[in-house]
Design a protein around this ligand. Structure first.
Ligand code: ATP
Ligand code: ZN
Length: 226
């Protein structure tokens, strides 16, 4: 059974944010007993439980008040916020800190043979992405009539597969784009990992006191690395 007095923190179970998020929790003095297959991990020295889930689920868990805190990439957070707003669902949260890991950019890339001149070159085109709301917002702001085609994986092969004319995907070094014969043309969003808190006013004083104790320690860890 879950104990409502324990602070609940959602982190990505396995992926690019997992190791850095766990390292940060450990660096601020939270002792954790993480077993690979388990969804829940309990801290042995603080009133804290970790919920280990897919990163896609973290914004909703925080916005629905299922967990108190979450470590998440701004790209995923912003996408889910737009999706929830479009569906008329509550999308409240508070960003406690922007963190020093998980850096990447969401970019539009086209096949090398695509004659790209400006964003207008995308007029009437299909662009494959896992982030349709962020991409549609960019199209709207740019005054371009293009279509976002949702793919949850293998976005980079979509042009070769004839599914789309271009892609919009996360990039860090650009090696994946290059390996797939794609050229980065537009950066539409720059992202880092953030720590977010539920903003529904339902956090107890005890939990808030614990959060207020943890956040300055995060600042200390980040400053020590600079
Ligand atoms: P999950 O199984 O949890 O859904 P995922 O495949 O969606 O995992 P990851 O590839 O582990 O997610 O990426 C998680 C987050 O890491 C991204 O949303 C982004 O914020 C960040 N990130 C940093 N660099 C990159 C990169 N080069 N490519 C993709 N994501 C990156
Ligand atoms: Zn994901």
């Amino acid at each position: 059974m879950s104990d409502s007095r324990r602070l609940r923190i959602a982190i990505q179970k396995s992926g690019r944010l997992s190791d850095d998020s766990i390292a940060l929790l450990k660096a601020i003095g939270i002792k954790l007993n993480i077993r690979d297959r388990l969804l829940i991990a309990h801290s042995t020295n603080e009133n804290i439980d970790l919920l280990r889930v897919r990163d896609d689920d973290i914004p909703g868990l925080v916005m629905d008040g299922v967990v108190d805190l979450g470590f998440i990439g701004e790209n995923e957070l912003e996408e889910k916020m737009l999706e929830r707003q479009a569906a008329g669902k509550a999308a409240d949260f508070e960003v406690l800190r922007r963190l020093d890991y998980g850096g990447c950019r969401l970019s539009i890339a086209v096949p090398n043979e695509f004659n790209y001149e400006s964003v207008k070159s995308l007029e009437g085109k299909k662009v494959a992405t896992t982030y349709p709301y962020l991409l549609e917002r960019f199209f709207k702001e740019s005054g371009v009539n293009a279509k976002a085609v949702m793919l949850t994986g293998s976005v980079e092969v979509a042009p070769r597969a004839g599914v789309a004319d271009a892609i919009c995907d996360l990039v860090s070094t650009g090696a994946t784009l290059e390996a797939n014969g794609l050229q980065e043309e537009e950066v539409i969003f720059r992202s880092k990992a953030v720590l977010i808190q539920r903003a529904d006013g339902e956090i107890s004083d005890e939990k808030q006191a614990l959060i207020n104790r943890l956040v300055p320690r995060i600042d200390g860890v980040i400053q020590a690395k600079e």
